[in-house]
Write a protein that binds this ligand. Structure first.
Ligand code: FAD
Length: 252
């Protein structure tokens, strides 16, 4: 797999959008058929290239949401209102459209079914995408590795994959999901809206003594804050892997 990851990352392939699904008011999942897709590991991402009729092109990175065992590629795009690429992908791209894809990319921020240790996932907003690939890959592999997800979102309406997460938790005693809300909370929720803090980590995450592998993904400031909280709680820095969703490459 490592070999295909490296070689696959160099080639642009033309995929076809076969399905789009609304996740939230601002996020859509796109399912793609990509010919000769070399396969991927959970946690990897692809580059997507859009090219205008005048030849101008823009490239952005998107994490893969689909399980490593899936032949089709699923991406979940959060629309940034003033963005160049995400509004097209999230709102305009339609089934049947071609889409240029390069990947899979990244060999560090990955979870493989051979791993049996507890896994702590921490997502901020669209940072859930590669962590969802890990949850799906674990389920397809019938892995018993204990997984916990702490998912920070603005509001209950901003949760991607909400039904699927609920179902998976219902079906699997070794999967735990805790939500943290930063702007508005569900009715009856015990805490006021707030960013994740030491208490949230203490209540929701595996104890450091269990030596979980930690995967943290989201906007850069979120990732830095969450990784610092894990370290302050006693987790080893070398067991914390991070993926930052900062702005990526521009146009040409
Ligand atoms: C490894 C990696 C994986 C990623 N995976 C995903 C994913 O699965 N889903 C997803 O929706 N996005 C993901 N992103 C972010 C994505 O690559 C783009 O940055 C995002 O879609 C914005 O692109 P745009 O062209 O619409 O905005 P741009 O035209 O690039 O930017 C518009 C404005 O938004 C700001 N901005 C750009 N990117 C972000 C951001 N991520 N957060 C906040 N503000 C931003 C810019 O500074 C600018 O002010 C990932 C980024 C990386 C590096």
């Amino acid at each position: 797999m490592a070999g295909t990851a490296i070689h696959g990352g160099l080639v642009w392939r033309v995929g076809t959008l076969v399905e789009r699904r609304r996740e939230t008011a601002t996020a859509h999942s796109l399912v793609l058929d990509v010919p000769d897709w070399p396969g991927h590991d959970a946690g990897q991402h692809v580059d997507v290239r859009l090219t205008a009729p005048d030849g101008y092109s823009a490239v952005r990175s998107y994490s893969i949401a689909s399980a490593a065992q899936e032949k089709r590629l699923e991406l979940t795009i959060e629309e940034l209102a003033d963005g160049e690429v995400s509004p097209y992908l999230a709102e305009t791209a339609a089934p049947g459209d071609p889409l240029e894809i390069r990947g899979p990319i990244g060999g560090w921020f990955v979870w493989r079914p051979a791993q049996t240790e507890p896994v702590q996932l921490i997502a901020g907003g669209s940072g859930i995408v590669p962590l969802m690939a890990m949850i799906r890959t674990r389920a397809q592999a019938k892995s018993a590795a204990p997984f916990r997800l702490l998912y920070s979102v603005r509001s209950p309406q901003a949760i991607s994959y909400a039904n699927e997460l609920e179902q998976r938790v219902h079906d699997d005693a070794n999967l735990g999901v805790t939500f943290a809300y930063t702007r508005s909370v569900p009715e009856g929720w015990a805490r006021a809206p707030q960013r994740i803090d030491a208490t949230a980590i203490m209540e929701a995450a595996f104890a450091p003594a269990l030596r979980p592998s930690c995967y943290v993904c989201g906007p850069t400031p979120f990732v830095e804050a969450a990784a610092n909280l894990l370290i302050a709680a006693g987790h080893d820095a070398d067991r914390i892997k991070t993926e930052r969703f900062g702005p990526t490459a521009g146009g040409s």
